[in-house]
Ligand binder design. Structure first.
Ligand SMILES: [Zn+2]
Length: 302
């Protein structure tokens, strides 16, 4: 990961940590207390990089013509220096869900889009095939805790347990996102000690409130600019609106020249190939001289 992306991601954490309330009522019952959670500590990150200069607001979704089907990869000219390319990071929380995650994957595939899936360990354990599908399609898998508790109410040890149990199901992850966006210093410090970066978002259509497909899509289109991190949900409840909106989002953003990538910080490098040490030459001990016992007297044996 480049220094610039590290700063940008930290900026995303700092920028939205205060108001983040994604998937508060997204249907997850694990450890959910009906009373409103306290506001997370403001400015929880040590880095307070300046916010990126907002790009001009994209045209409203209604004026954007439907995008044609993306050209096959072979027709896209390969340019090694992509100085003008715009990137958007789509992220999906609360999956995997056997109903909606495969639909999301099919749409992403159509646009050659890569995304980041913040999965819940308990769901991943129930639906290992869906997790495999996500992995095989080349998306990044990240940690959204095991049972979706509000981490600002947990001890560091309990937070670490949530992260470790999830990694035990989906493999090592380098990113985590706290449920409900409740990020505290303890959450950040614990995540770091567990080898994970806390990743928030800066484009939130609140799809989990099911405001309608058009509303979700237009909110994303309005909020998205180069290197935005978009928060959507592929699990934790009925997500048909999110899936339908994703179809529009992919069409419209790709028509505007955006590419869709997984978050660099969340891409887990493949483990180094195991190099076996050269086998040591086996030194066989010299065979012991076999001393044959003198044949017994056959006559005596009778
Ligand atoms: Zn969530």
């Amino acid at each position: 990961m480049t220094m610039r992306s590290a700063i940008r991601l930290s900026a995303a954490v700092a920028a939205v940590g205060i108001t983040a309330v994604g998937c508060l009522n997204s249907g997850w019952a694990y450890g959910v207390d009906p009373t409103p959670a306290p506001k997370p500590t403001p400015k929880a990150t040590s880095t307070s990089a300046p916010l990126p200069t907002p790009a001009p607001t994209p045209a409203p979704i209604s004026t954007v013509k439907p995008a044609p089907k993306p050209a096959p990869t072979s027709q896209i000219p390969r340019n090694p220096v992509r100085t003008t390319a715009k990137v958007v990071y789509l992220t999906f929380d609360d999956g995997p869900d056997p109903r909606f995650t495969p639909q999301v994957l099919a749409l992403l595939k159509r646009y050659d889009a890569k995304a980041t899936f913040f999965v819940i360990g308990a769901s991943a354990k129930k639906h290992p095939r869906v997790v495999q599908q996500v992995r095989r399609q080349g998306h990044a898998l990240a940690n959204h805790t095991y049972s979706h508790p509000w981490l600002n109410r947990l001890s560091s040890a309990a937070i670490a347990d949530q992260l470790r149990r999830t990694d035990a199901v989906i493999g090592r992850t380098t990113c985590m996102r706290p449920p409900g966006g409740f990020v505290t210093r303890t959450v950040i410090a614990t995540a770091r000690a567990e080898g994970k970066q806390v990743v928030m978002w800066n484009a939130d259509p609140k799809d989990w409130t099911r405001p309608g497909t058009a509303a979700i899509a237009s909110r994303v289109m309005t909020a998205t600019r180069h290197r935005s991190i978009v928060l959507l949900h592929d699990g934790g409840g009925q997500r048909a609106q999110s899936v339908a909106a994703l179809s529009q989002i992919l069409a419209n953003l790709s028509a505007q020249g955006y590419r869709f990538e997984s978050l660099p910080a969340c891409r887990v490098p493949a483990p180094n190939p195991v190099v076996k040490p050269a086998p040591k030459p086996v030194v066989k001990p010299a065979p012991k001289p076999v001393v044959k016992p003198a044949p017994a007297n056959p006559a005596a044996a009778e």
